[in-house]
Design a protein around this ligand. Structure first.
Ligand code: ZN
Length: 401
């Protein structure tokens, strides 16, 4: 049977005939070859023709604690491992407070406060001068991992950091994806490596929450090819790909994290970026059901949450006491609009949480930077909103609002 017979045989020929009569091109094979223009992907910036409500939420309904920001950084890193205590600073506190006040942002938690003299300097510059506007977390001194007695040294560094004013511990994806037996060479060190057990325990004893980032979006563990939903991002930042080489898979990292959390039930964890698996809230829910000491933040994942708004809202309802507002905001990172500290970024987060607006950008950028899609809001009720904006973080940080 040729194509024409097939069409008539199924009755589709009638439609085809009407279309031809009306001068509409049919899908019949023709001699004229279409000649579509080629457009480079980065040049494609479609403007939505959809007319829907646009709500501008400049100020949050309740004072906000952003549990996940970066104001200070290690002044020297090597292959993803911070190497020195010295800090460099992305912005002055005065500059940050201008934006904070106009966005109803009460406090910024600066996760990357480092350790030793760098930590004390950061606390002195921000937390001490502007109490309750800035809280600083400490970080492990990974560069010392080869020293004999490192597990004890690291636990003591946490105790020292606590005395120096650190409010919690931050663990970057350095652990699991960069740190190796000889710091930057050798075998990758696993997240549940027992050398860190005294560190996790010290945090539990001192009531310092552990903000932990492991793994990355699942697409970063797949080939950067035409099937990858984060193709443009990975193509622009090839070093963000964890596909191949000796990298563990996303699930192996999550399993190691779970083994570690299971061993430390008295330590409170804030598993950043929606439990490191915003694409799979079922997986995150299972972990939260298993570990009552696990909380999550939203940082840099409203793109994921807002493309599954009904599932996300149910997740917020169920875990309303364990979800914290976070953005990953970093001053002056113009190449990463999804993290660029400023009123524009905060108003997008507020719009997502407070309204049921549809189909809007999740980052202040012409092209969505973390995948080409848009999001819808989840319009949380006031009681949940208040917990997410400040209540849950205040409880973990032991501060009153
Ligand atoms: Zn971060």
């Amino acid at each position: 049977m040729n194509r024409r017979e097939l069409l008539y045989g199924t009755g589709l020929g009638l439609v085809s005939g009407i279309a031809a009569h009306a001068g509409v091109k049919t899908s019949e094979p023709s001699e004229e070859k279409p000649n579509p223009k080629v457009l480079n992907l980065p040049d494609y910036q479609p403007v939505s023709m959809l007319h829907v409500r646009e709500t501008h939420v400049e100020k949050a309904r309740y004072p906000v604690i952003d549990i996940h920001t970066h104001i200070s950084f290690s002044s020297k890193s090597s292959n993803g491992v911070p190497m020195v205590a010295e800090r460099r600073y992305a912005a002055t506190p005065e500059e940050l407070i201008l934006v904070m006040d106009s966005s109803n942002l009460r406090s910024m938690v600066n996760l990357t406060g480092g350790y030793g003299s760098g930590l004390s300097e950061t606390v002195a510059k921000y937390d001490k001068v502007f109490p309750d506007r800035f809280y600083t977390f400490t970080e492990p001194a990974y560069a010392r991992i080869m020293e004999p007695g490192y597990p004890r040294i690291q636990a003591e560094l946490i105790e020292q950091a606590h005395r120096d004013g650190a409010r919690g511990l931050k663990v970057l994806k350095t652990l699991g994806l960069y740190l190796r037996d000889n710091v930057t060479t050798g075998k990758l060190i696993k997240i549940d490596d027992p050398r860190f057990d005294p560190m996790w325990d010290a945090c539990g004893q001192l009531n310092m929450p552990v903000a932990i980032h492991i793994s990355d979006p699942s697409a970063f563990f797949l080939p950067t090819d035409r099937f990858n939903e984060r193709y443009e991002e990975l193509n622009n930042h090839p070093d963000w790909s964890f596909y191949g080489r000796d990298y563990p898979s996303n699930l192996e990292l999550i399993d190691a994290r779970n083994r570690m959390i299971a061993r430390h039930p008295n330590t409170h964890f804030v598993v950043l970026h929606v439990g490191n698996f915003a694409e799979n809230l079922e997986n995150v829910s299972q972990a939260m059901d298993r570990f009552p000491n696990m909380n999550v933040d939203l940082a840099a994942r409203i793109g994921e949450l807002g493309r599954q708004p009904r599932t996300a809202r149910a997740f917020f309802e169920k875990y309303q006491d364990r979800i914290m507002f976070g953005t990953d905001a970093t001053p002056h990172v113009h190449n990463y609009p999804q993290q660029l500290f400023g009123g524009d970024l905060y108003s997008i987060y507020y719009r997502f949480l407070e309204t049921d607006d549809e189909y809007f950008d999740y980052a202040p950028a012409k092209v969505p930077p973390q995948g080409r899609w848009r999001i819808s809001g989840i319009k949380l009720p006031d009681d949940i909103l208040r917990k997410v904006y400040n209540g849950n973080a205040a409880r973990e940080l032991r501060v009153s609002i």
